[in-house]
Ligand binder design. Structure first.
Ligand code: G3P
Length: 226
């Protein structure tokens, strides 16, 4: 069975990247959550997808230019607050794995510190995946740690030499837009000793097709369908 990854939490049901969506994912039996991170102006790593808060909160402005206090004042949906990465790790504990997508340059080092602390406290590096479209960020993360599981994200625009790059940094997986996936890609990734994770698969017929292709993880806004 592929790993069932709740994309931004159970974001088909609850506000994305909030504790409410993570709790819903847990209730729906997800094996993992896939979250996004930025570093805010005061230096904390916060769980948020877009560069600006405009789409998913009642405020406006760039995440990188707002401090934690300002971000905390926003309503991220249903009264939820934007969580920090540390709070998310604390909430999830050992109940689910976490895929952490680095959304901007400069995330790797602070995220690595948080993971190292978690591992020092008894967690395992195997409980986390660090993914990104930003290849230099993944290279930075690898230079900081040989233990972290890295995942190379790609879509139609960024697929060029993705597998070769993934091999070069000793990636654990490549994470593909599911519309790119066919049997040849599954075979090529597995022959290189890596896993193939796919996103974002929401329709039942697409989920069934991905399962038949024997991908290793399915990211969905609807973990109950997976
Ligand atoms: O992690 C897979 C997927 O989340 C990548 O796209 O835009 O949702 O970050 P996006």
């Amino acid at each position: 069975m592929p790993m069932n990854v709740a994309h931004r939490g159970a974001s088909g049901y609850e506000p994305e990247n909030t504790v409410l969506s993570f709790r819903r994912a847990l209730e729906m039996g997800a094996d993992a959550i896939g979250i996004d991170v930025h570093v805010c102006a005061s230096g904390e790593v916060v769980v948020f997808h877009d560069d600006t808060v405009d789409r998913t909160t009642d405020g406006f402005g760039k995440v990188s230019e707002m401090n934690l206090h300002a971000l905390r004042a926003l309503d991220a949906g249903k009264g939820e607050r934007i969580p920090t990465l540390q709070e998310t790790l604390d909430f999830v504990g050992s109940r689910m794995k976490i895929d952490i997508e680095l959304k901007e340059t400069g995330c790797a080092a602070p995220v690595r510190e948080i993971l190292k602390y978690a591992v020092d406290q008894g967690r395992s590096y195997d409980d986390f995946f660090i993914s990104s479209f930003i290849r230099p960020e993944l290279e930075t993360m690898r230079s900081l740690s040989s233990d972290v599981r890295l995942s190379v994200l790609f879509n139609w625009m960024t697929q060029h030499r993705a597998l070769e790059f993934a091999e070069s940094i000793g990636a654990y997986s490549v994470n593909a837009d599911f519309t790119l996936v066919d049997a040849d890609l599954v075979r090529a990734v597995h022959e290189k000793g890596m896993k193939l994770f796919v996103w974002t698969v929401n329709e039942k017929e697409d989920i069934d097709r991905m399962r038949a292709l024997e991908v290793d993880a399915i990211f969905s806004n609807y973990p109950d369908r997976v």
